[in-house]
Design a protein. Structure first.
Length: 189
């Protein structure tokens, strides 16, 4: 996989997080995917090896998508194949079908890796190809879920310049979560 990743950042501003991770099911003009990631080794102590943020453009070339930037970074680090890794993503949108195909390939080639994707929103969930892609991702072994309030708070504490302020859910946060959670459950059954 040819590296195309851009520089990562360790934290984002509060307004950036709130704008991009707003969990309203249908939004326009949100053409940037934010991917906050953690890589840990599996085992009793599970030390965190890395945690940063990739930002990718939805409408640009697939190799510039945040998911592909992460895979380029991960594969470029030549982590030992004998170790098992737990990768957790907190993403503003679920992956597109092109990225899902690459992720499924990656998971098949790396049986020592488990991937959990917690998404703020479902990308084009009403379109058949996008629904099939989410099923394919799940069948490839990735755990796909909708971010709940605890995961939003975790992101806020670990990936946002929160200045000590707690995460405050926005209007209709719980309703939006319930709808997205139910929709994803229907897609994956």
């Amino acid at each position: 996989m040819k590296p195309h990743f851009r520089n990562t950042v360790e934290r984002m501003y509060r307004d950036t997080f709130s704008y991009n991770f707003y969990n309203r099911p249908i939004l326009s003009r949100r053409n940037t995917v934010w991917l906050c990631y953690e890589v840990k080794t599996k085992g009793p102590s599970r030390p965190r090896l890395d945690a940063k943020i990739f930002r990718g453009q939805v409408y640009s070339q697939p190799e510039h998508h945040a998911e592909m930037c992460f895979l380029s970074w991960f594969c470029g680090n030549q982590l030992p194949a004998y170790k098992c890794f737990q990768i957790t993503w907190f993403v503003s949108w679920t992956p597109c079908p092109d990225c899902v195909a690459k992720l499924a390939e990656f998971l098949a080639e790396h049986p020592n890796v488990t991937l959990t994707i917690s998404a703020a929103r479902l990308y084009y969930y009403w379109e058949r190809d996008y629904r099939r892609a989410l099923c394919r991702l799940s069948q490839a072994g990735a755990r796909v879920k909708i971010m709940d309030d605890e995961e939003f708070a975790y992101c806020w504490e670990n990936f946002v310049y929160s200045e000590g302020q707690p995460f405050m859910p926005w209007y209709k946060f719980d309703d939006n979560y319930a709808f997205l959670h139910r929709t994803l459950k229907e897609i994956l059954r």
